[in-house]
Design a protein around this ligand. Structure first.
Ligand SMILES: Nc1ncnc2c1ncn2[C@@H]1O[C@H](COP(=O)(O)OP(=O)(O)O)[C@@H](O)[C@H]1O
Ligand SMILES: [Mg+2]
Length: 299
């Protein structure tokens, strides 16, 4: 793997810089823009000094200034990244991170990381609320009753949900990347070497792979988890044609009133992909009814 690791934007940040960033994060819970007075009061630092720090952070692109009837600040997504990376670095979860993403989805950037034990991990940075895709909407529905929310909360919620699902699934031995740690909008997992199902060169035994995937979907349901956004981009195929299911922030509980609906859609997406790509004549209804019957569900 020829990736140059860097300490990324954490380089050159002092304890006080991070303290000011954290204070803005805190202030953003109740304020759209956080004014300097409030930052000073939350951080316990002198206002003049806070202004100097803010200037530096602004230059680094970690905060964004708003000038209106007062001068306020918000974190940029880079600023939020710094807080999450700093926490993960302090815990020794990661010591380095790749400069460029190795995977980019509609709602995230995935970097390679290295742990203090030299293990290579995937570092998924959630960017919920950036686009208006299905997953984001569902996550958003979850916080719709909150008066104040933003990309910051949505991204953190997505990460928390994903980590929670991975913990359950990993414990129940479903084929997912091993969860390692999370902080704010960042989830650290095992790095799975392989190719997305959508990109994989012709499989030697496509039906076998399809059935492996469906078996994991069924196992996940039994563990209490329905993926909800399963498709050929969220399945990784390793070189021995094993599979792992990725991308769980929008999962719903098997007890959710619409669980069967999402389960059905997940199964159909996968079967449709194999039908399309491999020209197989698959009996979708039979796959569905077999799984539903075994799970005691009505299709
Ligand atoms: N643990 C991992 N190991 C290897 N590659 C990964 C891992 N997690 C994500 N990726 C890569 O990054 C892409 C985007 O990640 P994903 O979890 O699907 O997020 P998104 O919500 O952005 O689609 C994946 O399709 C995959 O190629
Ligand atoms: Mg994805």
């Amino acid at each position: 793997m020829s990736v140059r690791f860097s300490a990324w934007s954490l380089k050159g940040l002092t304890g006080d810089d991070l303290r000011v960033l954290t204070s803005i994060e805190r202030g953003m819970i109740n304020h759209e823009y956080v004014d300097v007075e409030l930052i000073a009061s939350i951080s316990g630092l002198a206002k003049d000094y806070v202004e100097v720090v803010l200037k530096k952070l602004n230059k680094l692109g970690l905060v964004q200034r708003y000038r209106g009837s007062f001068t306020g600040y918000i974190l940029t997504s880079r600023g939020y990244d710094c807080l999450a990376f700093n926490a993960l670095v302090k815990r020794g979860t990661i010591v380095a991170i790749s400069e460029t993403p190795v995977g980019e989805g509609k709602e995230s950037e995935v970097y390679l990381g290295k742990t203090s034990g030299e293990r290579i991990v995937a570092v998924k940075v959630h960017r919920a609320g950036r686009t208006s895709f299905r997953g984001a909407k569902r996550v958003r529905g979850y916080v719709a009753d909150k008066r104040h929310f933003s990309w910051l909360y949505l991204s953190r919620l997505a990460a928390r949900n994903e980590y929670e699902a991975l913990k359950i699934l990993w414990r129940e031995r479903v084929a997912v990347p091993e969860p390692v740690d999370w902080n704010r909008h960042v989830v650290v997992t095992e790095y799975v070497e392989g190719v997305e199902l959508s990109e994989v060169p012709p499989l030697s035994e496509p039906i076998l792979t399809l059935e492996k995937i469906l078996a994991e979907v069924e196992k996940a349901y039994k563990a209490g988890v329905v993926h909800g956004d399963l498709n050929e981009y969220n399945v990784i195929v390793t070189k021995d044609e094993d599979i792992k299911l990725l991308d769980w922030p929008q999962w719903v509980s098997s007890a959710h009133p619409n669980a069967a609906f999402y389960l059905k859609r997940d199964i159909e997406n996968i079967v449709n992909f194999f039908t399309r790509k491999y020209g197989l004549r698959l009996n979708k209804e039979l796959y569905l009814s077999n799984i539903f019957t075994r799970l005691g569900l009505v299709a």
